[in-house]
Write a protein that binds this ligand. Structure first.
Ligand SMILES: C[S@@+](CC[C@H](N)C(=O)[O-])C[C@H]1O[C@@H](n2cnc3c(N)ncnc32)[C@H](O)[C@@H]1O
Length: 243
């Protein structure tokens, strides 16, 4: 489905996912930080053609949960397609992004989106990145724990597919399982990692490898939350409960 701001509908039809699905909703301001601080459209117009306007670009949020990230993406992108393996009752497509199980035969909700942007389940984060890099035509952005950058298991992922940017949050992004809680605290550090499939292809075609790509590492300022939080980001709270 193409996402709209459906927060009140989310409240009334709420369904709880199994714990194994790692449902950690993203505070909306953390997605706005990507759109504001990371130039994800760079190069979208091709050489010398500037950037494609937001309204012409499509983003797929393939692990959308209750749509907290997808709704923010819709503030800029012309079209946002939202799906999840679990039906959270928001009207998003039910689709297994990793193609496992009985949903594998289902057609994807969108064929070749310009961007794939999500907060993947930690346990299958690498598989999400690899799949997204096969599909997105312009960019992949993943909000992950900063610890995702380490581990021998992911060495080959980053060597073969070097990101174009790593945007580290200076402040904490409080995420808790199963609910969006503005009062939550967190001891976990997060960053956005951004890949550009056309740049990876260019390097492979020209040099036979991607070692030429050096990620741009920078920091999202500590005041991001204060600047980017909006009234209505936590709508259910005003009505006595949290999503
Ligand atoms: C960390 S939560 C992110 C939720 C949402 N992106 C947000 O930020 O609010 C991970 C989500 O991945 C979904 N998920 C887990 N495995 C999946 C799969 N194979 N395909 C699609 N979605 C999956 C879960 O249901 C859960 O909603």
């Amino acid at each position: 489905m193409t996402i709209q701001n459906t927060s009140s509908a989310v409240m009334s039809q709420r369904r709880s996912p199994p714990r194994a699905l790692d449902y950690f909703p993203t505070p909306p301001w953390a997605t706005r930080a990507l759109l504001e601080h990371v130039n994800i459209r760079a190069g979208s117009g091709g050489q010398g053609e500037g950037m494609v306007p937001w309204e012409l670009l499509t983003a797929w949020e393939p692990a959308c949960g209750e749509g907290h990230m997808a709704r923010v993406l819709a503030e800029r992108f012309g079209k946002v397609v939202a799906s999840d393996v679990f039906d959270y009752g928001i009207g998003a497509s039910v689709y297994d992004f990793l193609g496992a199980g009985g949903l594998a035969a289902a057609p994807p909700p969108v064929e070749r989106p310009d961007f794939i942007i999500t907060n993947p389940p930690f346990s299958v984060g690498q598989a999400f990145v690899e799949r997204a890099l096969e599909i997105a035509t312009h960019g992949v952005a993943m909000l992950v724990r900063t610890a995702f950058l380490e581990s021998a298991d992911r060495y080959d992922l980053f060597k073969t597919h070097p990101p174009s940017a790593v945007a580290q949050f200076s402040g904490r992004v409080p995420m808790v399982m199963g609910r969006l809680d503005p009062a939550a605290s967190s001891a976990t550090a997060y960053c956005w990692i951004v890949w550009r499939p056309p740049v990876l292809k260019w390097a492979r075609d020209k040099y036979g490898h991607t070692g030429i790509i050096a990620p741009h590492l920078f920091w999202i300022p500590p005041d991001a939350r204060a600047r980017l939080e909006r009234p209505g980001d936590y709508p259910a709270q005003a009505e006595g409960g949290l999503l």
